[in-house]
Design a protein around this ligand. Structure first.
Ligand SMILES: Cc1ncc(COP(=O)(O)O)c(C=O)c1O
Length: 357
């Protein structure tokens, strides 16, 4: 007897999330988590949930969380969907809009989960390379894909697409425009108003980064009620658990807490950007809670990544032709960034032999 996967599943490679070491002791600057704790309201809300109610299924519509998101961002409840992280919302979008004949168009390099989700559907990815300055490639305006996806700020570059450009893109795409704003709270502008005004735009947010809740898995999406209705048809019935719903609602009641932490992170980010050239790296201009930094002299960043790891500092290294000269560094606390800079300035690949590989 043989077990046969669908051809596209057999051919695809699994998505590789960033390393999550299960032992402590690392300065963890590899998956863009927030170094500061979530609002104290979250702890209280989660503890209040730890009652007999855990026996019972959660609200399939995550209404408390969606209502608070609607209030916080100025939407009607019918314009909001909640997910088990924004990854869950991305999966719903792929399920709802990408079939075997469909394509998703996105500028690349970007968040590589998009490609995985499209492959699961058996669809095609039209990746249009960003130019060196990470401005939106003009070809994307001519794409005929069912879904156009733009992360702004983008990962791994940290760069943003200006609002007027996204607005023009919404006018020119033939299908759905997804603006993935996982890092928007660290940026100077956002595209939420497009989700209010256009019928073909969905804006995704996550509570993993600015709200310090990566461990709870909470994402929210904002769009025209017709899009939300369609996504509801394909979502897992109980896609959020009781603790996530309570934590998300509480966090969104304390926007001021999130904003204070985001402001601290932006300050540290600017300090890191100024210090990187002294450590042999050129930063791309970032509006996120991480910086993509390119090693000088066209050298591979892999030996630096490895040396940092030996010193218990984790950053993200992408072994692709476009990114192999770069490290993506999450903005941690000031002390964590000091430790990173000291390690970079004293690491052996920097001082020693040529490390081109
Ligand atoms: C651009 C982008 N979108 C979405 C996500 C997923 O976030 P979540 O934790 O809400 O699933 C990430 C996570 O790293 C990301 O970088």
């Amino acid at each position: 007897m043989s077990v046969a996967f669908r051809g596209n599943i057999a051919r695809m490679v699994a998505y590789q999330p960033g390393e999550q070491p299960q032992e402590g002791g690392y300065v963890k600057l590899n998956t863009n988590e927030n170094p500061y704790p979530p609002s104290p309201l979250v702890r209280r809300a989660v503890l209040a949930e730890l009652t007999d109610s855990l026996r019972l299924y959660p609200d399939p519509g995550a209404t408390r969380l969606r209502r608070q998101a609607a209030i916080a961002y100025g939407f009607d409840l019918s314009q909001v969907i909640a997910g088990n992280g924004s990854d869950d919302l991305l999966a719903m979008i792929a399920r709802a809009f990408i079939g075997e004949k469909d394509a998703l168009c996105c500028p690349v390099p970007t968040y590589s989960l998009y490609e995985t989700l499209v492959r699961i559907q058996g669809g095609r990815v039209l990746g249009i390379p960003y130019p060196d300055d990470y401005t939106l490639p003009p070809r994307i305006f001519r794409s005929r894909a069912s879904v156009t996806m733009v992360a702004s700020p983008n990962s791994p570059s940290g760069t943003t697409v200006p609002f007027p450009v996204l607005s023009r893109l919404a006018d020119s795409v033939p299908g759905l425009l997804v603006v993935d704003e996982a890092y928007a709270d660290f940026a100077e502008e956002n595209a939420l108003s497009l989700a209010r005004e256009r019928k073909n735009v969905i804006v995704l947010r996550t509570l993993s980064k600015s709200f310090s809740l990566a461990g709870m898995r909470i994402g929210v999406g904002f769009a025209h009620p017709r899009i939300i209705e369609g996504l509801n048809k394909v979502k897992d019935s109980y896609n959020m658990n009781r603790l996530g719903i309570a934590a998300g609602e509480a966090a969104l009641k304390d926007i001021a807490w999130m904003e204070r932490n985001a402001a601290r992170i932006r300050k540290t980010r600017d300090r890191l950007a100024s210090a990187l050239p002294g450590a042999g790296f050129t930063p791309y201009p970032s509006q996120a809670n991480f910086i993509l930094a390119k090693r000088g002299g066209g050298k591979s960043a892999k030996p630096v990544y490895e040396e940092l790891k030996k010193r218990k500092i984790l950053v993200r290294y992408f072994p692709t032709p476009r990114l192999s000269g770069c490290l993506r560094i999450t903005v941690g606390t000031d002390a964590e960034i000091d430790a990173l800079l000291t390690a970079l300035r004293t690491s052996s690949p920097r001082r020693g032999s040529s490390s081109r590989r």
